[in-house]
Structure formats: structure tokens, C-alpha cells
Design a protein around this ligand. Structure first.
Ligand code: HEC
Ligand code: HEC
Length: 455
């Protein structure tokens, strides 16, 4: 049925576009089909959780198993089902932090939220270039623990509010977060930390399928073209393949693959050991329960969850023919947003996995790290990513954030309360792009935002 609707959509769009070649010019390259063949047309709260339309047979069944795993609530051992939570953890399920496969809740002033946690480390790097674990705390602050066990501490977020002005005199307000760890279970000593807000998980299989050479081709480490924008690849440790690989996932591109990201989430966020992370995160800590808990999660369920993530479809753009959206798109280009939020990529040819093969996609990211200036700096480097450097996040589907998650909190720590604030926090390599936006007339700003909302 979905395929049939898709077919009708494509046919009618072709017919429609034949009648209006002039308009098609403006959104050439079919960027409304954001995920290529794996584009879906759901616009409500389920927009991020649709299956690849081409998926069938065993892969579709595995996707279903992974879907159930993503929703499953884990409990402490021993239990007949979904056993192995903790002893320390951040949330009881993937879906707690990725609500409807999107973002989680952002913390309110003076509060906390499971979907925003702190990565921790002590200074220096291990032999693979990864941040050193913080003794007694590991690489993440686990703010929850199973009954009878102490969590590592509480995280509280407070905000300071600052007023700024667009060039036309209109004021805006930004809120700057401060992160405080209360009640640490033991002395923390000096530590480095990086706040991380959860992100949508759709379309990642397509991002994983972009050939490495195509991403590296856009690197400009020394800014040879002198446009003020460099772009640098992160190289990180791939545990399964025991080698250094291109980093693609996470806010600092610190993870090489969906499999490793998912395995780390089970291990760090939920406390489920698995073959990539066989030791409890509390292994050297007083919370460790000394249970033989090797692989609390089976390999097949880990792979199923990764397969589920890999095959989540991308929502189609909306209102692409609206003249204001077309104008906003031109402003997105002329304001240099496209220098990092690269619209188009093509996935590699993959005979073994045709659903991901040779797709023209429009994620609006270059998958590279950029210096975003002092305001967005954390104090924890991750492999090659400096404190001020972040991976350009994909913008596809961003206009459906409110429909999916009922809020519009953005950036790595959820500090931006809407798209405009997200742009106004841009600094460093993006300072010119930010200023281009700040200097726009009210109607141009509205058009740019309308374009973002069409993604
Ligand atoms: C406690 C909250 C929390 C839980 C539980 C959680 N995640 Fe996440 N997830 C995050 C945060 C925060 C990030 C960003 C991490 C970073 O930048 O390093 C993230 C990132 C991801 C990403 C990469 C997104 C991207 O664009 O790079 C994937 C995939 C993902 N999570 C899948 C999962 C799966 C699967 C589970 C369950 C096994 C899960 N997550 C459980 C909070 C959570
Ligand atoms: C130098 C590269 C660069 C340029 C130029 C740039 N961005 Fe970004 N953008 C980023 C990075 C990196 C982030 C993530 C920053 C963070 O979370 O701290 C980001 C985040 C965003 C977000 C929030 C996404 C999310 O999921 O939270 C939006 C929206 C956005 N940019 C829009 C724009 C617009 C519009 C422009 C042009 C006015 C622009 N960007 C120019 C690199 C860039």
C-alpha cells in the first residue's frame, strides 16, 4: 500500500512538474525527496519512525524486532524479559530519550532531563585517542541506579538570559546553560565534561552509506579556499574492526558506526553489557554488583536494534513550491549556510544492501567538524574534535520537530528554544553566516525560517 501511494506520488509529481518547468528550476535536484527512495510522507508525530518503503522479507522482520527493542523498558536482573538494567544508568529505554525516534525533553531552568547527559573524562587520551575515563565515573555521568545502589550524581541545568539585537533593531533573547553536578557519590577530582542532548535517529543508515572519500573530499583543514570555513574529519576507534575509522555519529562525530553507537547506548545509557562493551560501566566502581553479566544483551538483539536504526526512513520536504520557501532557500545559500549544511550526497553502491545503495539524499550536513566559537565550547576534546568543534548536524526533518516532539529545542545541549536562536548561537567558522542572518530584514529572516521548516 505504501509503495502504491509512493508510486502515485511520484507519477503525479512528474506530471505536475512537466506543466511547470519554471518552478521546478527553483527546487531542482528533487531535494524534496530528502531520503531518495527511502522517503516517506508522514507529517505527524510518527514522521521520524517510518520504515524504509523498500524494505521486505527478513530485513523487515529484523526491523520489527529492533523496533520492539527500541521501545522496550529494561529492568534489573534477574527478570524473565529485558533483564540487565544498570546497576547505574541514565534511562530505562532508548525511547525515553529519543521520543518518537526524535529528540527527548530539554531540561527546564533549575531542573534536569534524562535525555541530556554529561560525557565525562579526565585530561589526556588513551592509546586509541579516546578521552581518558574519569576514575570512579567512567565516560558518562549516570544519574540513576537500580534499587539499593547509588547513582553517580545529579545533574542540574540553570540558564542565564541575554538580550541581543538584529540589525533592524528587533531584540532577541538567548539562554546560556550552566551545568552543575550535585551529590556525587564520591569525590570527582578535576574532570572534563560535555553536555549532550539526544537527537533524531532516522536516516542514519543513509548517512552511514555515504562513501568516506566523498566526506573527506569536503575537508579543508587549512582553509585553503580562504572562506573562513575549514571542515575537518574526526577519526575514532572502531571497536569491532579494531582500527581507526572516520567518525560519523554523535555531536562530535566520535562514533564510527551505527552498530557501535547503539552498543554504546545500551552499555552507557541503559547499563546493558554486550559483545562490543562486555564490562559494566561500573566495573571498577563501588556500584559494581560482581554478577557475571557478560552480554546481558544478545548479539542478535543488538544487531536487530542497529538494523532498525539503519532502516528508518526520511520525511519528505513540504511546501517546496511556496514562493517564500523558495526565497528562504536562496537566502540559505547566499548566507553561506550551505558551506557546512551541504544539501546533497549520494550513497555508495552496495550490492549486498540494495535499499541503501546509490541513493541521492539531502541531509544538509557535510558530516565534518567545525569550530563554532567560544559560546558553544565545552571543555572535553573527543579524539580529534577540539572543545569548540562540533559535527554539522543534518537538518533534514527539522521542520517536523514540533509535530514529532512538541518542542523546538536545538543544539548539542538543547539551549536554543527555536530555529532562530539555534542560528544566533553560531560563531567561530559560522560567524559570517550568523551575521548574514542577523543583518537580514524581518521578511528575509521569516523566509529563511520558513525554508528550514520545510525541511
Ligand atoms: C539517556 C538518554 C539516551 C538513551 C537511553 C539513548 N540515547 Fe541515543 N542518544 C542520546 C544522546 C544524548 C545522543 C548524542 C550523543 C553524543 O553526542 O555523543 C544520542 C545519540 C544517538 C544516536 C546517534 C545520532 C546521531 O545523529 O549521531 C543513535 C543512533 C542513538 N542515540 C541510538 C540509541 C539507541 C538505539 C538507544 C537504545 C539502545 C539509545 N540511543 C538510547 C541519548 C540517549
Ligand atoms: C561553519 C559551519 C556552519 C555554518 C556556516 C552554519 N552552520 Fe548551522 N550548525 C553547524 C554546527 C556545527 C551545528 C551544531 C552546533 C552545536 O550544537 O553546538 C549547527 C547547528 C545548526 C542548527 C541546529 C540543528 C540541531 O539539530 O540542533 C540549525 C537549525 C542550523 N545550524 C542552521 C544553520 C543556518 C540557517 C545557517 C546559515 C545562517 C547555518 N546553520 C550555518 C555548522 C554550521
Amino acid at each position: 500500500m505504501i509503495r502504491f501511494l509512493f508510486f502515485i506520488f511520484v507519477i503525479s509529481t512528474i506530471l505536475f512538474s512537466c506543466k511547470k518547468p519554471g518552478v521546478i528550476e527553483e527546487y531542482n535536484e528533487q531535494d524534496w525527496m530528502a531520503g531518495g527512495t527511502q522517503t516517506v510522507f508522514e507529517q505527524g508525530s510518527g514522521a521520524y519512525r517510518q520504515t524504509f518503503p523498500t524494505l521486505s522479507g527478513e530485513l523487515l522482520a529484523t526491523h520489527g524486532t529492533g523496533d520492539a527493542m527500541f521501545e522496550a523498558t529494561f529492568v534489573s536482573a534477574p527478570a524473565p524479559k529485558n533483564s540487565g538494567l544498570g546497576p547505574i544508568y541514565n534511562a530505562v529505554s532508548c525511547a525515553t530519550c529519543h521520543i518518537n525516534d526524535g529528540r527527548g525533553m530539554a531540561p527546564i531552568d533549575g531542573g534536569s532531563s534524562a535525555s541530556l547527559f554529561l560525557k565525562l573524562s579526565s585530561s589526556g587520551q588513551d592509546i586509541h585517542g579516546a578521552p581518558n575515563e574519569l576514575p570512579g565515573f567512567g565516560v558518562q555521568l549516570q544519574t540513576k541506579a537500580i534499587f539499593g545502589t547509588q547513582a553517580e550524581g545529579d545533574l542540574i541545568v540553570t540558564y542565564e538570559y541575554e538580550t541581543g539585537y538584529f540589525e533592524d533593531g528587533t531584540s532577541y533573547e538567548l539562554r546560556r546553560p550552566t551545568f552543575t553536578i550535585n551529590n556525587p557519590y564520591t569525590s570527582m577530582g578535576s574532570y572534563l565534561f560535555s553536555p549532550r542532548f539526544s537527537r533524531p535517529v532516522f536516516g542514519l543508515g543513509l548517512l552511514e552509506a555515504i562513501p568516506e572519500w566523498a566526506i573527506i573530499a569536503n575537508e579543508d583543514n587549512l582553509d585553503v579556499n580562504q572562506d573562513g570555513i575549514s571542515g575537518k574529519a574526526n577519526y575514532v576507534w572502531d571497536i569491532k574492526n579494531q582500527k581507526t575509522s572516520l567518525g560519523r555519529f554523535g555531536w562530535k562525530a566520535g562514533v564510527p558506526s551505527i552498530l557501535q553507537q547503539v552498543a554504546a547506548a545500551y552499555s552507557q545509557d541503559i547499563g546493558m553489557t554486550n559483545f562490543l562493551f562486555p564490562k559494566e560501566t561500573s566495573f571498577t566502581q563501588s556500584q559494581y554488583d560482581n554478577l557475571s553479566d557478560e552480554n546481558e544483551l544478545s548479539d542478535s538483539l543488538l544487531y536487530a536494534t542497529a538494523m532498525y536504526i539503519r532502516t528508518l526512513a526520511v520525511p519528505a520536504r513540504r511546501n517546496v513550491q511556496d514562493p517564500e520557501v523558495i526565497k528562504g532557500k536562496q537566502l540559505f545559500n547566499s548566507a553561506s549556510c550551505i558551506k557546512c549544511h551541504t544539501p546533497k550526497h549520494t550513497t555508495g553502491v552496495n550490492v549486498a544492501f540494495a535499499d541503501l545503495s546509490n541513493q541521492t539524499i539531502f541531509p544538509y550536513t557535510d558530516m565534518l567538524l567545525h569550530d563554532m566559537g567560544p559560546n558553544l565550547t565545552d571543555n572535553r576534546p573527543e579524539y580529534l574534535a577540539f572543545e569548540s568543534e562540533w559535527r554539522t548536524p543534518p537538518l533534514w526533518g527539522i521542520g517536523l520537530s514540533v509535530a514529532v516532539n512538541n518542542h523546538s529545542f536545538f543544539l548539542h545541549d538543547g539551549r536554543a528554544r527555536n530555529l532562530s536562536e539555534a542560528i544566533l548561537w553560531h560563531g567561530g567558522e559560522a560567524i559570517l553566516a550568523r551575521e548574514n542572518y542577523r543583518k537580514m530584514s524581518a521578511s528575509d529572516r521569516a523566509a529563511l525560517l520558513k525554508f528550514l521548516n520545510s525541511l
